[in-house]
Ligand binder design. Structure first.
Ligand code: SME
Length: 160
């Protein structure tokens, strides 16, 4: 059962708490969909100004929508398209302060103003998907969030 907790404002403490909450609700799970679903739920609770949090998984030459929290979203994204497809092509995280300024951004919710996308990697370093989070605030995600979230998604490497 879920117990409400307070997420500390200080970013170091925030990410320690986030990591422990993710472990609590995914750590014992062997099914990828179940673990990704709870991971997205924990993110939606922790990031108060996020309006979308979830996953796109690499299937052939596309990213396909996985478990998420938020409004319905585009289900397929081509390699190199939008922020997610760019993270896949470049093989690195994307922190977008203002989605209006990102050429090719795929709008899913007109309330979204900023976005962060983090690659999901297997133990051998190859990518198997991305974590995508959107916010209604401009410039909501920082480089600290990039580093913190890159640490958190390592907890998913067994599912790749
Ligand atoms: N904005 C994303 C598409 C997915 S939605 O944000 C959920 C992009 O440009 O990759």
């Amino acid at each position: 059962m879920y117990t409400d907790i307070e997420f500390p404002a200080e970013r170091g403490e925030f990410y320690k708490t986030l990591r422990s909450q993710i472990l609590l609700y995914t750590g014992q799970e062997s099914d990828a969909v179940a673990a990704l679903a709870n991971f997205a739920s924990v993110l939606a609770i922790a990031f108060e100004r996020a309006n979308w949090a979830g996953f796109y998984l690499i299937k052939g030459d596309e990213l396909v929508l996985g478990p998420f929290q938020g409004r319905p979203a585009v289900t397929r994204i081509a390699y190199g398209a939008g922020v997610c497809g760019t993270a896949w092509r470049e093989g690195r995280s994307q922190v977008v302060e203002d989605v209006e300024c990102f050429a090719g951004h795929i709008a899913c919710d007109c309330n979204t103003h900023s976005e962060i996308v983090i690659p999901l990697r297997r133990r051998d370093g190859t990518m198997w998907g991305v974590l995508d989070m959107d916010s209604v605030d401009m410039g909501y995600f920082t480089d600290e969030d990039r580093a913190g979230l890159e640490g958190c998604v390592e907890l998913l490497e067994r599912f790749g």
